[in-house]
Design a protein around this ligand. Structure first.
Ligand SMILES: [Zn+2]
Ligand SMILES: [Zn+2]
Length: 346
């Protein structure tokens, strides 16, 4: 009997434990993937710290790349042996969010990998594991040859979300500001730069992240004094990826009248913002939230990495891989924030 090893999260403050489970034969529409590399996302840190609710026990981790080892009836056998990434969640393809609202990420029967209770979702539903069992409504995407695992692993979260955010923006204007220079912020900056925005500014307090922002075609600035360095005419677009509501007043100040404010980072309850209706109305602003993405955005993410991945030099922003047993150390390293992502080779 073949066994999979995985890390189990029992609740905030409790140590992660390594367990093993028999690898099941994939059922109809399922795909069994052996994980090559997983990366630690900021949302995992939120869950571990209890700032975001997660069912327990569960296997955390939703960003990964792997090889398809087995498929169930109804999946194309051509996937076998392919190096793939996959959508963060499955979707049913039949409910109103799936069919009418173009929001499959809000499917009524959604299961999110890395955030699913092991009792309901089966034992292999997260990426801090040697294997994951993907469900029928999960879209697989082949990782293009030449795109390293370290670049592909976080793409099914950060880059695909960044693509969904940028898709919601108006066409290129003269100046875009991104608040937050983490993985999502820098991916947004890179996408805006490639889309033809002549000036992209990333506002980020950690100087260690400024180099990544520069490589993504943006001008990095620290938050203090950023107002003085930006054109008085204001930004056409501001994208919040910082995850903290304290950045909102600056974003509102920087927008020009008629500007567009995209919110993508504040995905937790501690996100009450300081804002008056008058500020939004008098400036004729649009505020738009984006959470996760649709399968097409993941396919676009792979195309983007094929075309631009090498030039961004992002591999250097991902840590050298640690083992599954070293997951607690990997999490400490992720908390320290020096790497855009810390990677795990299960
Ligand atoms: Zn993530
Ligand atoms: Zn659905």
């Amino acid at each position: 009997m073949n066994l999979a090893s995985h890390a189990v999260f029992d609740g905030p403050g409790l140590p992660l434990r390594i367990a093993s489970t028999a690898i099941p034969d994939p059922g109809p529409g399922h795909a069994l993937v052996r994980i090559l590399l997983a990366t630690v996302c900021g949302s995992d840190l939120h869950t571990l710290d209890g700032r975001r609710e997660a069912p327990c026990p569960c296997i955390l981790g939703h960003e990964a790349v792997g090889v398809v080892e087995a498929i169930g009836p109804g999946r194309d056998p051509a996937w076998l042996g392919k190096r793939v990434t996959w959508t963060l969640a499955d979707s049913c393809g039949a409910c109103r969010p799936c069919t009418e609202w173009d929001l499959p990420q809000k499917c009524e029967r959604l299961l999110k990998y890395g955030h699913a209770p092991m009792n309901d979702a089966g034992m292999l539903s997260g990426c801090y594991s040697t294997h994951i069992l993907l469900r029928p409504g999960t879209t697989l995407c082949e990782v293009p040859a030449g795109v390293p695992d370290a670049l592909a692993a976080p793409a099914n979260c950060a880059l695909a979300t960044a693509i969904a955010v940028v898709e919601s923006l108006p066409p290129p204007g003269t100046h875009a500001v991104v608040q937050g220079g983490g993985m999502v912020g820098c991916m947004v900056a890179a996408l805006l730069h490639v889309a033809g925005w002549p000036r992209v500014t990333v506002i980020e307090p950690l100087m260690a992240r400024h180099d990544m922002a520069r490589r993504c075609g943006a001008t990095p600035l620290a938050p203090a004094g950023a107002d003085d360095h930006l054109p008085a005419s204001g930004a056409d677009v501001v994208v919040e990826t910082a995850g903290v509501p304290t950045v909102i007043p600056q974003g509102l100040r920087l927008l020009r009248p008629g500007g567009h404010y995209a919110w993508a980072g504040m995905v937790h309850p501690a996100s009450r913002v300081d804002l008056t209706g008058e500020q939004v109305i008098r400036k004729c602003l649009t505020i738009r939230g984006t959470h996760n993405y649709a399968p097409r955005h993941l396919a676009m993410a792979m195309d983007f990495l094929r075309a631009h991945g090498r030039r961004l030099g992002m591999e250097s922003d991902i840590s050298a891989p640690l083992s599954l047993r070293d997951l607690p150390r990997a999490i400490d390293l992720a908390r320290a924030g020096r790497h855009a992502r810390v990677s795990i080779r299960p």
